[in-house]
Ligand binder design. Structure first.
Ligand code: HEC
Ligand code: HEC
Length: 262
């Protein structure tokens, strides 16, 4: 058992040892602060290469899934550039987000990983703007686009179908791809699709983080067009408009296709 000394006891101890110990030294003697390493936050970002990130993200997917694929590739490279203690960060914790968090099919792990990476470097409004830009892009873009040099799950000449998810939800995103491609959810082709998606999202995240680092990021698409219309009445801060208020920037028409239509 460790004995936790009170500050007063330490001051007495210090005085007994010659009266020269200053506050800082006394703190370092405190057993409860001894094992503490300073963990800097937020991290300083380092400009990354988009293509290098994509290749690493693609490989990472096969190690620990989609969220780790994105987060580990982006944060891992910056950590390697910054050195210790950054390299001690337990990047692998981000594997929890695979399959939309423990296979719940909720938030796509690539989005979750991108948001976590952004949050390492930015806080507040800029963090939310970067995250929204990535999520809105994810909803509307036909993905995957990335083609690996050496595909892991399919032949080299495999023709990968791209699909528009219209949603940041794993379940929806995967299902739209299985419908577009004809392959089933637990097929090697679908795993390959998600690995390539990981590369795409990691690449896009780095593109935006690079822009932000150079003060060149300005929000373009922060949500789908339909959502901004709906939020004109149902969004926060629209108290003057009728309609119940909701928390959502997701594409509304995916779940409310027929509302307000006569
Ligand atoms: C001009 C304002 C306005 C706009 C724009 C608008 N709504 Fe509404 N909406 C209302 C009002 C008023 C109601 C009545 C019930 C309430 O207070 O929510 C309503 C009701 C709803 C309901 C609840 C329906 C029910 O069964 O109770 C949903 C869901 C909804 N809107 C979704 C949407 C979506 C999705 C969009 C965009 C495509 C949208 N709304 C655009 C004003 C608006
Ligand atoms: C992933 C599916 C999904 C998306 C996307 C979604 N909604 Fe909903 N929404 C729901 C469900 C489910 C309910 C609850 C419906 C019920 O119980 O009748 C709901 C309820 C609502 C209600 C009623 C709220 C209340 O307090 O009664 C409104 C208004 C609404 N949504 C508007 C929106 C708007 C606006 C958007 C886009 C910004 C949106 N929704 C996006 C699934 C969704």
């Amino acid at each position: 058992m460790k004995k936790i000394f009170s500050r007063r006891e330490f001051l007495t101890l210090g005085a007994a040892a010659g009266g020269t110990l200053l506050g800082a030294n006394i703190e370092s003697l405190n057993p409860s602060s001894q094992n503490k390493t300073e963990t800097p936050f937020p991290w300083e970002y380092r400009i990354l290469d988009v293509e290098k990130t994509q290749n690493r993200a693609y490989k990472n997917y096969f190690q620990a899934g989609c969220m780790y694929g994105v987060f580990g590739s982006v944060a891992g490279q910056v950590a390697e550039d910054l050195g210790k203690p950054y390299t001690d960060f337990p990047f692998i914790l981000s594997s929890y987000g695979g399959g939309g968090v423990a296979h719940w099919g909720s938030l796509c792990g690539t989005c979750n990983g991108a948001a976590m990476a952004v949050a390492l470097f930015h806080q507040g409004n800029l963090r939310n703007q970067l995250t929204s830009e990535i999520f809105a892009w994810y909803e509307k873009t036909e993905l995957p686009v990335y083609t690996p040099q050496e595909p892991v799950k399919v032949e080299k000449n495999f023709e990968m179908k791209a699909s528009q998810s219209k949603s940041t939800l794993c379940h929806t995103s995967v299902s739209r791809w299985t419908q577009a491609s004809g392959f089933s959810t637990f097929s090697p082709q679908r795993a390959e699709r998600c690995a390539r998606l990981v590369a795409d999202i990691a690449g896009y995240t780095v593109k935006l983080l690079n822009q932000a680092a150079k003060d060149q990021f300005s929000p373009q698409t922060q949500m789908s067009a339909v959502s901004s219309v709906c939020r004109g009445c149902h969004g926060q801060g629209k108290e003057e408009a009728e309609g119940k208020k909701v928390i959502s920037r997701m594409n509304c028409s995916v779940c409310h296709p027929n509302v307000h239509k006569k």
